[in-house]
Ligand binder design. Structure first.
Ligand code: SDX
Length: 379
């Protein structure tokens, strides 16, 4: 049954009915469960936002404390997963390591009692709690060091930065990092969330759902763009080189990383907030020459491509914040994963509540009734 014309990339085709988040691409609006992202960024924190996304309401003080404690209690990873990481090549990309570890989590926990609320709660807690530990562990191990044990006396963001650097972070840096996680937590039916939903619709386990989504987020057109933005700023090198760089990219029909969006045809509201966070960091800790290049780049791209609805997206300023916090470039997308896993889990739960396996159709443009040619008769 074909109900509509083929749309490349399913552009404009609703793939679900969802209450989790809302985006208005013309007005630059993003809401999580109806709450504007600006309010969550200013007043909430990542774990409270994850609870909101997954269970559909802001938690009471007691419920949030229970959730936060449960996550603290599950931050450690099995030694076998650490041992598995010891076999990974140091040169491997952390997103590939993370995808392998996310799938491996499923080996340790019972599979598919999806109708048991306790199983769902435990899976949500374990995945939220263990992804940061796995990201930090791979970073230390690929540098030849033992991973550090998570600290239960530190909040979610501070503990991750501690596990990554073996030092307690500056409280302001941890708070900025936590806001970045809130901003990256959810964004309706983006490519990786759609992967999660399709995988969830077969009723496999949540660890396989997350592993599927991690592989999708890794691509440079999606979550991998933040890392590419910094490489692009490396290449540009100075404010004077921005305009020639943009003109050359447009002439060569090259994508300028960190710009454009399937839905936003104005500046991504998350980019606006991330830019403000970057400015706060620079005010406190000293300016960053890359920021001047980025601001000039945004100005020139808007001048040249704004008429096509191409503006800065979430990936444009996030890398500058992470770089300023001393986070290695190839960990930017694993950090995106740490945040977006909240959205993936929310859509996993929502998909299970109204499940029908995804199986779209196609427009066949091939041939019919072609005779088989034996190999000895082929040219
Ligand atoms: C994320 O979907 C989500 O919500 C994603 C995300 C989330 O939170 O999950 O917001 C996170 O993935 C943000 C996007 C990060 N990716 C990048 O920054 C990579 C660079 N951006 C592009 O590749 C592109 O903008 C996409 C992939 C993001 C969107 O591509 P579309 O909607 O498929 O747009 P398109 O390829 O049809 O392009 C339309 C036109 C084309 O020009 P014409 O052929 O019509 O002349 O716009 C041009 C494109 O060439 N264009 C760009 C461009 N993006 C689109 N030209 C230069 N630089 C760009 N970045």
């Amino acid at each position: 049954m074909t109900v509509c014309e083929y749309q490349p990339g399913l552009e404009g085709i609703p793939a679900a009915r969802s209450k989790i988040s809302y985006v208005d691409g013309q007005k630059g609006i993003l809401e999580y469960q109806g709450i504007p992202i600006e309010q969550l960024a200013a007043q909430s924190n990542f774990l409270e936002t994850a609870y909101l996304l997954i269970w559909g309401e802001l938690p009471s003080k007691a419920a949030l404390e229970d959730f936060e404690q449960d996550v603290r209690d599950h931050r450690r990873i099995k030694y076998r997963i650490r041992d598995m990481m010891k076999c990974f090549p140091e040169s491997g990309h952390p997103m590939d390591a993370l995808q392998a570890c996310a799938a491996a989590l499923g080996l340790f926990y019972s599979r598919r009692t999806l109708d048991d609320p306790d199983y769902v709660w435990e899976a949500v807690v374990r995945i939220l709690a263990k992804i940061p530990t796995m990201v930090a562990a791979f970073e230390l191990m690929r540098n030849g060091n033992d991973p550090v044990t998570p600290r239960e006396d530190l909040d979610y963001a501070s503990n991750f930065l501690y596990m990554l650097t073996e030092r307690e972070p500056d409280p302001f840096a941890a708070q900025v990092f936590d806001v970045c996680l809130t901003l990256h937590a959810e964004h309706t039916i983006n490519a990786s969330t759609f992967s999660a939903m399709v995988t969830a619709s077969t009723l496999t386990d949540p660890y396989a759902v997350v592993a599927s989504a991690v592989g999708t987020l890794a691509g440079p057109l999606h979550g991998g763009a933040n890392e590419e933005v910094i490489s692009m700023l490396d290449e540009i090198g100075s404010v004077e080189n921005v305009r020639p760089f943009v003109e050359q990219a447009i002439a060569n029909k090259q994508r300028i990383m960190g710009f454009g969006h399937r839905v936003y045809k104005v500046k991504d509201p998350r980019a606006t907030i991330l830019q403000q966070l970057a400015e706060q960091l620079f005010e406190k800790g000293g300016s960053d020459p890359y920021y001047e290049i980025a601001v000039e780049l945004e100005k020139v791209v808007e001048e040249k491509l704004g008429h096509k609805g191409i503006y800065a997206n979430v990936d444009f300023y996030s890398g500058l914040v992470y770089r300023y916090l001393g986070i290695p470039r190839d960990l930017f997308t694993p950090i995106f994963t740490m945040a977006r896993v909240a959205g993936w889990l929310a859509h996993w739960k929502e998909q299970l509540s109204v499940n029908r396996i995804f199986r779209p159709t196609q427009e066949y443009v091939g041939v019919h009734n072609v005779p088989y040619v034996p190999i000895e008769k082929r040219s």
